[in-house]
Design a protein around this ligand. Structure first.
Ligand code: PFF
Length: 492
């Protein structure tokens, strides 16, 4: 059977940008910038983009396009006993999408609450007590939170209809799910620059606190963010690229995708900081404190509160939550697509709608834990472990595999054959040494931190669940490599 294809190169770029641009850009990036020295964070961020982000994105797009298979199949075509690396990437993608969908479910609830701006008096209380109804500790599960549970069903039903016909349905959805949030972001920026105080917010965003750059944590945060924001290590970019024709320009499209993605992040920073600047003029809380405090609660506590202080609060709240949802959905379904491809690659007569249904159903079931009243704690733990360990491990193994076993030079030649823009020899160095070293340092620092100070002081059993999210997929990966190697030997 002929492999499914994107309708055009533009559709691929939209899909790849849709995968990259997600909650990571409007929620994670601005709060990291606020926490790590404003303008000084941008320097490590841009360095990380150049030395890890773009080379690795080129690797993933190059791999998928030249091998014409999803994550598992592509690695297997690189070396026959390395399909396990694709399994590691996809299991991690699956763990992540199962809680990412829950964050989207929160946006659905906020969407409906926007009509009455229901959080207006107390945004923090509204989020934690009314929406999440969060319990006092992770040990107290507190039963299912039904509104979130039903919103999660809705998220998965919508996701299903995005992926049910593969590249055909995805190709149609991204035509509006990618531009729409960007347009809404522009509308919010226009709103922000007509409010008092926005320039103070921008000053905080852009003025570097240079001492921050001496802190290694700022660097690790920047590298981890680049990894997350470009959807690297999930197998999604490999899969999307595998639906392209073999002659398309890999190098140029990797740059376009990466630059558009970072462009949206930088732009979102202006919106978020502009609005925070306004908020500081309306409340007694100083701007620095608002920015520092916001942290992960930015999108559901601080920003909604700022929206409620504006004229026409309901309208801009609707804009904001539609934006969050549409930002999230194309990132989420890129991971779902990657998992689906693993099955349709292997069993060619499987029908995409059926596989898509099964993957969405299992994704929903896996997310139920996060719809309990202790869900926020589990989500936080899973997010910490899977993004900091699994994705980085996949990144390192990818570079070792391509750099040292397959040959960076060999893939570079294949990439250059397809591309008008050529990839220089510097890329081989990045893949063989620089990225491996940088990611290994990242991993070691994280490991050291987790051993010396338990993440957010959660009890050991709860952190153990997070560790299982790392150890089980990694164990399966190692097991598969050993098994494949044995089988290869026996065949000989
Ligand atoms: N690039 C995405 C983002 O920045 O939001 C990363 C991502 C996370 C994609 C989780 C998909 C996902 F389910």
């Amino acid at each position: 059977m002929a492999r499914q294809k994107w309708a055009s190169r533009t559709v691929f770029i939209l899909a790849a940008v849709g995968s990259a641009v997600g909650l990571g850009n409007v929620w994670r990036f601005p709060y990291l910038a606020a926490r790590h020295g404003g303008g000084a964070f941008l320097v490590p961020y841009l360095i990380a983009l150049l030395i890890v982000g773009i080379p690795l994105l080129t690797l993933e797009i190059g791999l998928g396009q030249t091998k014409q298979r999803g994550a598992i199949g592509s690695f297997r075509r690189v070396t026959s006993n390395f399909g396990g690396l694709g399994v590691l990437a996809l299991l991690s993608a699956f763990l992540i999408v199962s809680y990412y969908a829950v964050v989207m479910a929160w946006s659905v609830i906020y969407f409906f609450a926007s009509f009455g701006v229901n959080w207006a008096d107390n945004s923090e209380g509204y989020f934690f007590e009314e929406v999440l109804q969060v319990t006092d500790s992770v040990g107290e599960i507190g039963g299912l939170n039904l509104p979130i549970f039903f919103a999660l069903i809705l998220v998965w039903v919508l996701t299903y209809f995005c992926v049910w016909q593969g590249t055909q349905s995805v190709g149609k959805v991204v035509l509006f799910s990618v531009p729409l949030p960007v347009i809404l972001l522009v509308a919010l920026l226009i709103r922000a620059v007509t409010l008092d105080g926005f320039l103070d917010g921008w000053a905080l965003y852009l003025m570097p606190e240079w001492e921050a750059m001496l802190d290694p944590e700022v660097w690790t945060a920047a590298f981890a963010q680049i990894f997350f924001t470009l959807t690297l290590g999930f197998g999604a970019m490999i899969t999307y690229a595998s639906y392209r024709d073999t002659g398309e320009d890999i190098v140029q499209d990797s740059w376009i995708t990466a630059l558009l993605n970072s462009g949206v992040s930088l732009f979102a920073g202006f919106v978020v900081f502009g609005v925070l600047g306004y908020m500081a003029t309306q409340t007694d809380v100083p701007l620095e404190e608002l920015a520092q405090e916001s942290g992960p609660g930015l999108a559901f506590v601080v920003f909604p509160e700022a929206l409620s202080l504006m004229p026409l609060p309901w309208l801009f709240s609707l804009f904001f939550f539609i934006m969050l949802f549409t930002l999230g959905i194309d990132s989420a379904f890129s991971l779902v697509e990657a998992v689906i491809a693993a099955f349709t690659d292997r069993y060619e007569d499987l029908k995409i709608p059926k596989v898509a249904f099964a993957v969405c159903l299992v994704g929903f079931l896996a997310g139920i834990l996060y719809t309990t009243r202790a869900g926020l704690y589990f989500l936080d733990i899973m997010d910490h472990f899977v993004t900091n360990y699994n994705l980085v491990l996949v990144g390192i193994c990818q570079c070792l595999l391509i750099g040292w076993i397959y040959g960076a030079e060999k893939l570079r030649r294949e990439i250059n054959e397809a591309s008008n823009w050529t990839l220089g020899k510097w890329w081989n160095w990045m893949i063989k040494y620089v990225i491996v070293i940088v990611l290994a340092i990242l991993l070691a620092t994280q490991f050291h931190n987790d051993l010396t100070s338990p993440y957010e002081d959660y009890p050991a059993w709860a952190l153990g669940i997070g560790w299982l999210g790392v150890i089980i997929p990694f164990g399966i990966f190692i097991g598969l490599i050993i098994k494949d190697k044995k089988e290869l030997k026996e065949e000989k």
